[in-house]
Design a protein around this ligand. Structure first.
Ligand code: ZN
Length: 337
């Protein structure tokens, strides 16, 4: 919502924990990236519903990442905008993020808007569709678009990029019993790499130990190695209060990733013994910023009462590694003749 002084974004639960990143410098168009951890926003909140062109905010992007239970809000500011102070707070039973200009900066010249008496976050009327799980990325400075070219494959060199999600200081999702996503996806990923190599296929891994790694280098590693295909391996989470949500899902972004995602899913889901949440399109960073067919596998829900039993079972992890490998080899079959 817009207030006479700035903005207020309401969140569920206690006072939210946030991470703030400022991109760009004063006097130029720049962005403030606010990650709100362990939060959920109204499923009806969309960037379009936030007040654009108000107080020198030229654009809002907002998205929820169900993997990490993080909501990302990106404010794009025009060059004349002040720097904003972003403060998690709670007023009465209501928690949220207060976004105001730094103290001392007058915004009295900015056209005012009546203070809404409705404390809810902006909800565009008639909106029935929850926003896609997508995380807007800072776009300043503008980055050259990764060219989308058909995979250049020849028989002599096939290279599979395997990306174990999260790692190091980033545990990924934390599920029932405290099981961390990184501790599930890493052994599965390394085992996939081993099985592929045994099958005579070269592999590049984005990380080979428990280290912190941003999303950008993950894509770069695959692109620079000119990998044939890219697979990011994750486990899912929604909320510890939703043990009823279980199942495997596989994502792609570009059309050339759809077949890869479908084949992996068709191998993994039946072998998993878990529910089938299907093959879906989503704007995950690693899918959008890899030049080759790319897919992202969510092995099951760490917060799911059914899935958690399997996710922590090393024998099940081994079966998943075998099913993933089988899917990758099946996709690569036409190239290996
Ligand atoms: Zn993840």
């Amino acid at each position: 919502m817009t207030t006479p002084d700035g903005f207020f974004i309401r969140t569920d639960g206690p006072i939210p924990t946030i991470n703030l990143e400022r991109v760009g410098s004063l006097g130029r168009e720049r962005q403030i990236v606010i990650d709100i951890f362990n939060s959920s926003i109204s499923p009806f909140l969309e960037a379009e519903g936030l007040p654009g062109n108000r107080y020198s905010v030229s654009r809002w992007d907002i998205a929820q990442d169900n993997q990490s239970l993080t909501t990302r809000v990106v404010m794009t500011l025009s060059p004349d905008s002040p720097d904003w102070e972003v403060t998690p707070t709670s007023v009465g039973s209501q928690s949220g993020i207060v976004i105001v200009p730094p103290s001392g900066v007058s915004i009295s010249s900015i056209p005012d808007e009546p203070l809404s008496t409705n404390p809810a976050i902006a909800v565009p009327p008639g909106s029935q569709q929850p926003p896609q799980a997508q995380i807007p990325q800072p776009q300043i400075p503008p980055q050259p678009q990764t060219p989308r070219v058909p995979p250049q494959v020849n028989n002599s060199r096939i290279l599979v990029a395997i990306d174990p999600g999260h790692g190091g200081r980033d545990p990924g999702a934390v599920g029932i019993g405290g099981l961390q996503e990184k501790n599930v996806v890493f052994p599965v990923s390394t085992r996939v790499a081993q099985l592929l190599r045994e099958a005579g296929v070269d592999v590049v891994m984005t990380r080979v130990d428990d280290r912190t790694l941003d999303l950008e280098p993950r894509g770069n590693i695959a692109n620079n190695a000119n990998a044939t295909i890219f697979l990011s391996i994750h486990a899912n989470a929604i909320s510890l209060s939703r043990p009823d949500v279980n199942g495997v899902e596989t994502y792609y972004y570009s059309e050339n990733g759809r077949q890869l995602a479908s084949i992996i899913h068709a191998n993994v889901q039946p072998a998993s013994g878990l529910g089938n949440r299907g093959v879906k399109q989503a704007r995950f960073y690693v899918l959008r910023n890899t030049a080759m067919p790319a897919a992202l596998l969510e092995l099951g829900f760490l917060t799911g009462s059914e899935d958690i039993v399997r996710l922590r079972d090393p024998a099940w992890q081994e079966r998943m590694a075998q099913a993933i490998t089988q899917g990758l080899l099946q996709y690569l079959e036409p190239y290996r003749r």
